[in-house]
Design a protein around this ligand. Structure first.
Ligand code: BDR
Ligand code: CA
Length: 309
């Protein structure tokens, strides 16, 4: 059983990752969910997290975190996720609110007080994680690993940069230079798990309300990916993190050095991934390059089927 904190900006694929983690209560002890400004403003991302938990009938606490990046102005992605950040399905207003404690303080307290080490699972900009490490560096000792979605050898927000890293590259630099073990799921692997029509149909055949919600998420997300990127289906980027924690063997990982570009005029937010070991710099990340798609989607369908109808 792994102690995890999901740090996210739901977000269609963040919502799916929450569902995967919540479904696997034998594998994950979710200490809490922290939210960050990213796909949309942090208030909306927080509301979305609460809505998903309400649908799941889960009482996992939610803590609102940073509203803006460490240095730059916030950049949001309504083109992809809609005005609400989770457009498509309509969920009722949640009956509970986020906790009073700030997300960054929750991360610090939860990691400090945990008897066993904690795995952090960020699927949005890395602002909360960086802030926690800056405010209380001693928490490093009790972090088992940071399993994150971000980066890649190509970009989706600029030609060079992936959205999560682009939004707060200074925060990403703090995380990638922290010395904490990192497992990195960037676009190279997340674009191998695209929810094409056949996947949406498989989800549509499952008779429970969580699967129906996921189907509606995938339909909206697939359409914006088609409109914005010309791709036939939405890559469920963030789900790679919890899928990896459930079964690392389905992924191909390479130990590499990843440097975050924070100065480049055209390359701000790029993850410079030294796959061919050209720099001689020390490896600081396990970087995902491949995934067994059959295992991934079969696991995904099994998880959705496990909910009561
Ligand atoms: C990442 O950006 C967001 O739009 C998604 O939720 C994912 O975390 C993909 O670049
Ligand atoms: Ca996300």
């Amino acid at each position: 059983m792994k102690n995890i904190i999901l740090d996210c900006d739901p977000g269609h694929d963040d919502a799916i990752n929450i569902i995967i983690a919540a479904a696997k209560s034998d594998a994950f002890n979710i200490l809490g969910i922290t939210t960050v400004g990213g796909n949309v403003e942090v208030e909306k991302n927080t509301l979305n997290a609460l809505k998903v938990l309400e649908l799941l009938k889960s009482d996992i606490p939610v803590y609102k975190g940073q509203s803006r990046p460490l240095v730059r102005k916030i950049e949001i992605a309504t083109e992809i996720h809609g005005e609400s950040g989770m457009d498509g399905p309509v969920l009722p207003e949640p009956t509970r609110k986020e906790e009073k404690m700030h997300g960054v303080d929750f991360i610090i307290e939860a990691v400090k007080n945990s008897k066993d080490k904690v795995t952090l699972v960020p699927t949005g900009p890395l602002t909360n994680i960086a802030m926690a490490l800056i405010k209380e560096p001693s928490i490093k000792e009790n972090i088992e690993e940071i399993v994150l979605m971000g980066g890649g050898t190509f970009g989706n927000w600029t030609p060079a940069a992936e959205f999560n890293i682009f939004v707060d590259a200074e925060a990403a630099e703090v995380v990638f230079t922290s010395g904490i073990p990192l497992a990195v799921f960037g676009l190279d692997v997340t674009h191998q798990v695209i929810a094409t029509d056949d996947i949406v149909q498989r989800v549509g055949k499952i008779d429970n309300e969580i699967a129906t919600f996921v189907k509606e998420l995938l339909i909206f997300f697939g359409q914006t990916y088609k409109d914005f990127f010309g791709i036939n289906g939405g890559p469920i980027h963030d789900a790679c993190t919890c899928m990896y924690l459930l079964n690392p063997n389905m992924f191909t990982m390479e130990d590499v050095n990843v440097t975050i570009e924070t100065k480049g005029e055209s390359t701000y937010g790029m993850t410079v991934v030294d796959l061919l070991k050209k720099t001689g710099k020390k490896e600081n990340a396990r970087f995902a390059t491949g995934v067994d798609q059959d295992v991934f989607w079969n696991t995904f369908i099994d998880i959705l089927t496990s909910f009561d109808s």
